[in-house]
Design a protein around this ligand. Structure first.
Ligand SMILES: Nc1ncnc2c1ncn2[C@@H]1O[C@H](COP(=O)(O)OP(=O)(O)OP(=O)(O)O)[C@@H](O)[C@H]1O
Ligand SMILES: [Mg+2]
Length: 580
């Protein structure tokens, strides 16, 4: 058990990142905080800027346990100091200087440089994220990165800070996603400043405007996230763009180094180290395709919408990264999109298409390494072309699992999708109620935002008569579903393998969570936290890290609920701009 920073320090291992190139223009002391262009090198040494008067808010008990950390360490003085941004006293061999990385941006497959203040792409990257440690713990390599740790050369003139609100959201969401069984960066710890605040645009109470309507002052925070690496698709793109246009003599070599580094960090267990670069590149593309398609199918399984699935928010290791504009779907809507800037292209059921665009960007970034290997180029092209097919197969497997079926049935699914959208249903509650394998549709109605028999509805547009015959269609759908799932006499007559209700329910409850992180649970938690009361965060954390469990009656009453009518269309609750 590791219970002090002194015990953690010897596990530090920077050997892999030391193989990368540091920005030759950087100041090695890490005192490099002003916005500027970075022309080459994989990282810039940067020391984090500590937040003033840090106060412990939360840590992930789950991750601490996995890493063999004692819970008490989270509140020990040296740990608090280091993970609130002050590395000046960290014990050797931990380093007193962290690092930030540059990356490029493609939005839905289109390359951009306009977001870079210099219009060159050389000023874009980790503007407020600073990695502080790489450690090998129990045979696994982890990078620890502070978010909100002050300005870096990539800050583009901004303050380098993250507010408590956005930090709480990311902290809770990462561990919820992990508990849902979806690959993700993880949350280590969260500290808030008792004195330092910044101003951000936000929504006034009950505002229905799409964009924030005033400025508020919010406490700053530093959260630490943990992953095998933080390499993004956009990062590979930055180096590939430079290699393509021969921006400097080492550009191609830097691209190759980064790609091989990615293989070591994220794909070491599946790609043989003895292979040459071209072979590794082909295997990397195949493996990333498999992870990315599985990831997106998992997102849809649990109702998650990334909201802003740009290539710089797409981790090259194939896990979820950047919990800013995200949300969990409540009222089922294929176009659900919590971020006001995200548009249709990054909406809920369009995520497979958005992933394909990121995958195309990924393959384009690998291509310069294969110019002398015609056969490998052809293989890469085939891997890219087959993305949609692999994605579709993952989706069908996922829908079948969500419905407790051995095989996907298009007709059954299409009718369900129509009914879910027309009724409409709460995505989480619907699938969980279905997992109880009800006799008739009454229990499912618990998930309906519109009462089929009268005009009660959560929103004015849901009032009025239900679409003609919808109740009958639901009943018919349920009968057909049960028959395909092997329940009841119709199934027997059809020759489907019979199953017990209990067996089916048990299986379905492992893929259909009971609890999902609805924004109206998170809002009071961060509001209370900004007043110094962290108990609501802990409660939400406790419930949301066991999302498949039934939990207590009290928890069920409070958290297994449809979105209340008063929260619809409210800025900061139903949608948000990305300001964080
Ligand atoms: N307050 C800030 N100061 C400096 N840079 C910022 C700030 N807020 C965002 N950025 C940078 O702007 C870019 C786009 O912001 P986005 O909201 O995607 O990032 P984020 O949530 O900070 O980042 P990440 O993708 O690292 O989770 C990122 O490169 C980010 O580092
Ligand atoms: Mg981002």
């Amino acid at each position: 058990m590791i219970s002090t920073l002194e015990e953690l320090a010897p596990l530090a291992d920077y050997s892999l990142m030391d193989g990368l190139n540091s920005d030759p223009d950087a100041n090695a002391s890490g005192d490099d905080h002003a916005p500027r262009q970075v022309f080459s090198g994989h990282y810039v040494p940067v020391s984090p800027t500590p937040i003033e008067a840090p106060d412990y808010v939360a840590h992930s008990h789950t991750l601490f346990r996995e890493l063999g950390f004692a819970d008490s360490m989270a509140q020990s003085a040296n740990f608090v100091r280091a993970f609130s941004g002050d590395l000046s006293l960290v014990p050797e061999p931990m380093r007193k200087v962290g690092w930030a990385c540059g990356y490029a941006l493609s939005i839905y497959g289109t390359e951009y440089t306009q977001q870079c203040p210099f219009q060159t792409g050389n000023g874009y990257g980790d503007g407020r994220a600073v990695s502080v440690l790489e450690a090998v713990i129990d045979g696994r390599r982890w990078e620890m990165q502070l978010k909100g740790a002050g300005r870096t050369p990539y800050c583009r003139g901004a303050d380098g800070r993250a507010v408590l609100r956005s930090s709480v959201r990311e902290f809770l969401a990462q561990e919820h996603m992990h508990a849902l069984g979806v690959p993700t960066s993880r949350s280590l710890s969260l500290f808030v400043s008792k004195t330092e605040r910044v101003r951000r645009p936000w929504y006034s109470e009950g505002s229905r405007s799409m964009e924030p309507d005033h400025m508020i002052s919010e406490p700053v925070a530093i959260s630490t996230r943990v992953a095998p690496s933080f390499i993004r698709v956009g990062q590979l793109e930055l180096f590939a763009r430079r290699a393509r246009r021969k921006a400097h003599p080492q550009a191609m070599e830097e691209l190759e180094k980064l790609v091989l580094h990615l293989v070591d960090r994220e794909y070491g267990d599946v790609i043989d180290t003895e292979l040459d670069t071209a072979q590794k590149v082909v295997l990397l593309a195949r493996e990333f395709r498999s992870r990315l398609t599985a990831l997106v199918a998992n997102w849809i399984r649990v109702g998650y919408c990334q909201g802003n699935f740009n290539s710089d928010n797409c981790a090259a290791g194939g896990f979820t990264l950047d919990y800013g504009p995200f949300g969990f779907c409540e009222v089922f809507n294929p176009h659900y999109q919590p971020w006001t800037g995200g548009g249709h292209h990054f909406s809920f059921l369009n995520q497979p298409a958005a992933a394909e665009r990121n995958f195309q960007s990924f393959c384009s970034a690998l291509r310069p390494l294969l110019t002398a290997h015609h056969d490998c180029l052809l293989q890469l092209e085939e891997i890219q072309n087959d993305f949609a097919e692999v994605m579709q197969a993952q989706m069908e497997t996922m829908w079948a699992a969500k419905l407790g079926l051995d095989a996907f049935n298009a007709e059954l699914f299409n009718e369900l999708e129509t009914l879910m959208a027309h009724t409409p249903v709460d995505y989480t509650v619907f699938f969980r109620e279905l997992s109880n394998v009800p006799d008739d549709i009454r229990p499912l109605q618990k998930s309906f935002y519109k009462n089929l028999n009268n005009a009660d509805a959560a929103k004015p547009w849901m009032q009025g008569a239900a679409p003609e015959g919808i109740e009958k269609r639901w009943s018919e759908w349920l009968t057909k579903w049960k028959s395909l799932a092997g329940i009841g006499s119709t199934a027997a007559a059809n020759g489907t393998n019979l199953r017990s209700r209990e067996e089916l329910a048990k299986k379905m409850k492992l893929v259909n969570p009971k609890y999902s992180l609805r924004e109206w649970f998170v809002v009071p938690a961060y509001q209370q936290a900004s007043e110094g009361n962290y108990a609501p965060i802990r409660e939400v954390q406790q419930v949301m890290t066991r999302p498949y469990a039934e939990q207590s009656k009290e928890t069920e009453e409070k958290y297994y609920r449809l979105k209340p009518a008063e929260f619809f269309d409210v800025g900061g609750l139903s949608f948000y701009s990305c300001s964080s």
